[in-house]
Write a protein that binds this ligand. Structure first.
Ligand code: ADP
Length: 368
């Protein structure tokens, strides 16, 4: 960081210290309430304000005051403060009970999950979201992958910051007909990674609640949630606290990955979230000599069938898919007529049908 940025950061720290932590009476920075303070060269400021256990709601005014104090510092062009409370969520092991509240302005939330990182979960989530938008639905995509938010890169909006509206809601970034929000817009990826589980979870809840996704009159049809990889406490707590209409599990075909599919299914089962599809990614590589099954053949399909989960389809290893991800334009948007784009559309439709079916109450059988 250059010296003028460091000086700006110091001024912001001092300004934040002028707001007192209501508990200790110390300034917010000295009290250790400010986490992940980041300043860009353009003067945009981001930080997380850590409220005491379970007190996030009551700390709204403290956040507002901290935001105003930072915004008043000379050289600051914008401030995003996210409120977290690290004991708000119960440890997952103590409570598998699910009490999710709805998300304002959103009809249905579906999660895209994976047992581990690097299997293409974010790439698939982005392309499914684009396919749903292309079908005429109003779609949002929320990246809550605290271990490596990739949505800003996938959509070429890494330098963009969401705007805070006068009503304190964040305006999602619009791109490819989608409303986008990422934990990566709010905090530095390195900072997101070291957040303790429950803090990350309360930040996720805030991203659901404090973002202007839609209105009651004009809601999003579907919000796609790009989950953090894995099936630990963070993931379980998200599955408990977010009203998920269904979950899609992405896996590569090899045996090792399939153990993760089983764990993912068990996690959603525990939280009563219907698994609305399994997708096998990197299923094969097309070569001049035919398909090469780099990671084995059909493993995810067999596992899904064995576990009674709907199988949505395979996505081959496709260099253009990786290239479009790196270029910041999802494949489905860059190559709408490609057979793989049509496959994404079919998988997205099948998943939505499965979610609708899962939402219907089971038919009552009467014996007369
Ligand atoms: P995850 O979200 O599971 O960590 P990503 O979606 O970030 O995984 O994908 C990891 C890398 O693999 C990215 O560089 C992405 O472009 C690439 N990738 C994902 N799926 C495919 C595929 N089917 N063919 C080629 N590259 C892929």
């Amino acid at each position: 960081m250059n010296t003028s940025l460091m000086a700006l950061r110091d001024r912001i720290s001092r300004a934040l210290n002028s707001i007192k932590d209501p508990l200790s009476g110390k300034g917010l920075a000295d009290a250790g309430r400010i986490q992940g303070l980041a300043v860009t060269a353009e003067g945009r400021v981001r930080f997380a304000l850590e409220a005491p256990a379970g007190a996030a709601d009551a700390w709204g005014p403290v956040r507002d005051a901290a935001e105003a104090a930072a915004a008043a510092v000379k050289g600051v062009t914008g401030v995003t403060a996210v409120l977290t409370a690290h004991a708000e969520a119960k440890p997952a092991s103590q409570s598998a009970h699910r009490t999710p509240e709805g998300v304002a302005g959103v009809r249905a939330v579906i999660a895209v999950a994976s047992g581990k990182g690097g299997v293409g979960k974010s790439t698939i989530a982005a392309n499914l979201a684009c396919a749903l938008a292309a079908s005429g639905r109003k779609v949002g995509l929320l990246d809550v992958d605290v271990y490596g938010p990739s949505l800003p890169t996938l959509f070429g909006v890494a330098a963009t910051r969401p705007v805070m509206r006068p009503d304190k809601k964040l305006e999602p970034v619009e791109r490819c007909g989608l409303k986008l929000m990422s934990i990566g817009f709010i905090v530095d990826p390195e900072q997101a990674m070291i957040w303790r589980g429950a803090m990350a979870t309360s930040a996720v809840r805030q991203l659901l609640d404090d973002v202007a996704w839609g209105t009651d009159a004009d809601p999003l049809d579907v919000l796609v949630l790009d989950m953090p990889p894995g099936t630990g406490d963070v993931q379980l707590t998200i599955a408990q606290r977010v009203p998920l209409a269904g979950a899609i599990i992405v896996s590569t075909p090899q045996e090792l990955a399939l153990a993760d599919v089983r764990r993912g299914m068990a996690m959603f089962d525990k939280t009563h979230v219907p698994v609305i599809g399994v997708i096998e990614n990197m299923a094969w590589l097309e070569t001049l000599g035919g398909r090469m099954y780099v990671f084995g053949e059909g493993g995810a399909r067999r596992t899904a069938e064995a576990l009674g989960a709907p199988f949505l389809g395979e996505v081959p290893i496709e260099i253009a898919l990786r290239e479009s991800a790196d270029a910041g334009a999802p494949f489905v948007v860059a190559k709408p007529d490609h057979p793989l784009s049509q496959a994404f559309a079919a998988m997205a439709e099948a998943a939505m049908e499965n979610a609708a079916r899962a939402a219907k109450p089971a038919p009552v059988i009467r014996f007369e």
